[in-house]
Design a protein around this ligand. Structure first.
Ligand code: CUA
Length: 174
């Protein structure tokens, strides 16, 4: 191979490596998905069937005392817009995206959860004291990114079971 040809080849090899490097989250390798154990969810039918239908979103009490929070990220909001959890108990978060890549964060904490369409992101959280946390999106996801935020309310542990299921799941109406 002559030098100009080699140079051209190397340049193309570099470009072809750079594309997946910047788009890694959009590459769907079924084997990797299988190994990671994340089950695919269809971003287009989230609202219609499965785990992320509207009445299944929000906070659910588990038999062991922990809670599970299910959310959807979409341009430009997190659903539900306000969630409520008890203080001092493990919070298991399950979230997926209906469109772009988002990042759910909790101001005042180090928690940050990257949310991708087609996969369920899971995180274990815990909030020791009652309080309110803003939950802004920290991944640029489009024109409305800077306004994309929801709220988390942490209530006393003994106060939580007394709430009606609708009040536990979604505090936006309170
Ligand atoms: Cu969603 Cu930025």
């Amino acid at each position: 191979m002559t030098w100009p040809k080699l140079r051209k080849f190397l340049l193309w090899a570099l470009v072809l490596c750079l594309i997946p490097a910047t788009r890694y989250y959009q590459i769907d390798v079924p084997l990797l998905r299988f190994l990671k154990g994340s089950r695919p969810v269809d971003p287009l039918s989230l609202h219609l069937s499965g785990e992320f239908v509207e009445n299944n979103l929000g906070t659910a009490q588990e038999p062991d005392g922990s809670v599970t929070v299910r959310m959807i990220a979409q341009q430009y909001l997190f659903i539900p817009h306000c969630i409520l959890v008890p203080a001092g108990v493990p919070v298991h978060l399950r979230i997926t995206s209906a469109d772009a890549v988002h990042a759910l964060t909790f101001n005042g904490t180090d928690y940050a959860v990257k949310v991708l369409p087609g996969t369920i992101s899971e995180a274990q959280l815990q909030f020791p004291r009652p309080g309110e946390y803003k939950m802004p999106c920290r991944e640029f996801c489009g024109a409305g990114h800077y306004a994309m935020r929801s709220e988390l309310k942490v209530v006393r542990r003994d106060q939580f079971p007394a709430l009606r299921p609708q009040e536990r799941g979604n505090c936006a109406a309170q």
